[in-house]
Design a protein around this ligand. Structure first.
Ligand code: ADP
Ligand code: ASP
Ligand code: MG
Length: 402
């Protein structure tokens, strides 16, 4: 089999952990498989590099950030290759460029456009383990790009799809996908399988165990995706698969929490057609991910507009919103909020799922600021100080600990 394995930050967080990864790969090679391993930077490294840059400015030049951030993954890829060669397993490391990954030019959140797998295939044919620095590619003009936070997951899935690997295993510090983050709710239960769609919702709504774009790509390319632990590699993980491969569909599969959200309020806007279109077009052009949107009209005929954005887009959002300052009474930014979400395919065919969530939060006296729903999720904005309490009470309300 050809296996694509990805090792996240904590899995390569120290020299000993890298040695541990070399041992995991050695075992898989000994079983007769070919291996392409994608690595993240050592845990904390990317954050440290961002902090370095931010000592100079809050809005560093984006392509320089990519030059900086991509270095973390190159360090671990080379170290892992050195460790493997040292124990007698020929390996070769590749940067995103050498692995043939071409992206568009949206620096810091680039999209993969194509992968030329020739170099990887040749190295595999020569009997080598291929180690790819995750999270990066190059533009057609040969500038280094990065794929957004958590982007090594995407590198792994995209390579697995392009090279038609038999499986893509994402090794992290938990042994699979749980009904909620086990660090918040120790009673969370591990799922044996979860559908692409539910995993995509959980990941998009804050469960960083898998990057959302990687799940989207796995679904599109039909990649057999497994989440498992490099700390307990003998334990089977969770399979992320097509909905029809899951026999028993739970009503609710999991609860997600996203603390990296800001609520933007634009108050007292003159109510006329086109105002929302103008604002949200400007935000979209600036590549800002706007999520929940609520528009209400006050008694004075003026409109209030509330929406949420990721914290990482705050500076860019302020720049855009400042151009509309004249058109509103005031604009404010509240980052002491969070988004809690309930996800489950079973919601499609059941009623009363949403009211159960509202009741659970009401019981704890947690005020819900914004609600949005889709076919398979309910999201609620609450004060950040209630984040963990909200997750636990929802987890209990849907009997996910049973
Ligand atoms: P890596 O560095 O390996 O990419 P991440 O820190 O990005 O790992 O993701 C793993 C973390 O995701 C876990 O430590 C866990 O706290 C968190 N997590 C959030 N939601 C879930 C969930 N539903 N199931 C498992 N882990 C989750
Ligand atoms: N090192 C990058 C990050 O911390 C990419 C990754 O780990 O997937 O976001
Ligand atoms: Mg991650």
């Amino acid at each position: 089999m050809l296996k694509v394995l990805k090792f996240g930050g904590t899995s390569v967080g120290t020299l000993d952990r890298i040695q541990n990864v070399a041992q995991i790969i050695k075992k898989i090679k000994d079983e007769g498989h070919d291996v392409i391993a994608i690595v993240s930077a050592m845990s904390g490294e990317t954050n440290k590099l961002i902090e370095y840059a931010e000592t100079y400015t809050k809005v560093p030049v984006a392509h320089e950030m990519d030059m900086l951030l991509s270095s973390g993954e190159r360090v671990t890829s080379a170290l892992l290759s050195i460790a493997l060669n040292a124990i007698g397993y020929p390996a070769t490391s590749m940067s995103g460029r050498e692995a043939g990954i071409v992206t568009d030019a949206s620096f810091m959140k680039a999209r993969i456009q194509s992968i030329d797998t020739t170099n990887m295939k040749n190295a595999i044919k020569a009997g080598k383990v291929v180690i790819v620095a995750g999270f990066q590619g190059v533009t057609e003009q040969n500038r280094v790009t990065t794929l957004g936070r958590g982007g090594s997951d995407l590198t792994a899935v995209a390579i697995a799809g392009a090279i038609e690997a038999d499986v893509c295993e994402i090794y992290t510090d938990v042994d699979g996908i749980y009904t909620t983050d086990p660090r918040i709710e120790p009673k969370a239960k591990k799922l044996e399988k979860i559908s692409y769609d539910e995993m995509l919702e959980l990941a998009s709504l804050g469960a960083k165990v898998l990057q959302n774009r990687s799940v989207e790509m796995a679904k599109k390319l039909n990649v057999n995706l497994v989440s498992r632990s490099s700390f307990t590699p003998e334990v089977e993980g969770t399979l992320i698969t097509k909905e029809e491969n899951i026999m028993e569909k739970p009503l609710v599969s999991g609860i997600a929490l996203d603390k990296n959200q800001v609520r933007v309020g634009m108050y007292g806007v003159t109510d006329k057609p086109g105002i929302a279109a103008t604002i949200f077009t400007a935000l979209a052009n600036a590549n800002i991910n706007v999520d929940m949107i609520v528009q209400t009209v006050g008694v004075d005929g003026k409109t209030d507009l509330d929406f949420t954005i990721p914290t990482t887009d705050l500076e860019a959002c302020k720049t855009v919103m400042n151009t509309f300052a004249q058109q509103a009474r005031n604009i404010d930014y509240n980052d002491s909020i969070c988004k809690v979400s309930v996800v489950g395919v079973g919601m499609k065919s059941h009623t009363g799922v949403a009211s159960k969530a509202f009741t659970a939060l009401a019981k704890e006296n947690i005020n819900i600021r914004i609600i949005s729903t889709s076919e398979i999720k309910i999201s609620m904005i609450v004060e950040e100080k209630y984040a963990e309490l909200a997750v636990r009470s929802l987890h209990e309300a849907y009997d996910l600990d049973k």
